[in-house]
Design a protein around this ligand. Structure first.
Ligand SMILES: [Zn+2]
Length: 188
């Protein structure tokens, strides 16, 4: 397994068409290697999700994982791989703001508040090529939607960014961790 380069927004592979995985593809040695590299790259980056196009692989897949939670109080998510995902239910009227950044946008150093659906129902195939149907909420739903958008060539900056919410990662960290230290409630 290996840490791979994460493409930045000047690379057209981030915006190219992505191909489906067949069940045979999913369980292949090649995919096991690819997903192993994706987990290594994700862990090395400090991010919460990584889509295959961000590694220059134009296939419909991504990994998500936040072992141990994160410094901002978000839930732990056991690392898992997603193939051929679809969001089959999502209420556009019930969106919530939350901070996002992207490993492919300014190397994750720019943060903005983005409106996302608070609850989604998703279907995808897991690493055994078994079909999974799940309801995801709040932060987990946010991470899933962010990665899902990558597969359609969309970055968070193309989404519903709240005006005047842009900040740098260092300023965001200082503000968030300062708030946490003072016991101020965290949001999404
Ligand atoms: Zn991203």
């Amino acid at each position: 397994m290996a840490v791979r380069e994460i493409l930045q927004i000047d690379d057209p592979r981030l915006f190219a068409r992505n191909a489906l995985f067949s069940p045979e593809d999913i369980v292949s040695d090649e995919t096991a290697q690819m997903i192993g590299d994706a987990f290594d790259t994700l862990q090395d980056s400090g991010g919460y999700g990584l889509a295959l196009p961000q590694m220059g692989i134009n296939r419909l897949g991504f990994v998500i994982g936040v072992p141990g939670g994160n410094p901002f109080g978000h839930e732990e998510i056991e690392p898992y791989a997603v193939f051929n995902p679809q969001i089959i239910v999502g209420d556009d009227e019930a969106k919530v703001p939350g901070p996002e950044s992207c490993l492919s946008f300014a190397n994750n150093q720019i943060v903005a508040s983005v409106l996302r659906r608070a609850e989604i129902v998703v279907v995808y195939q897991n690493i055994q090529a078994v079909r999974v149907r799940e309801t995801l909420r709040l932060w987990h739903a946010r991470v899933f939607q962010h990665e899902y958008d990558h597969l359609a060539g969309r970055l968070f900056v193309d989404g519903e960014v709240e005006p005047h919410s842009w900040t740098t990662r260092s300023a965001f960290r200082a503000q968030r961790l300062g708030s946490a230290a003072r016991g101020v409630a965290q949001q999404g």
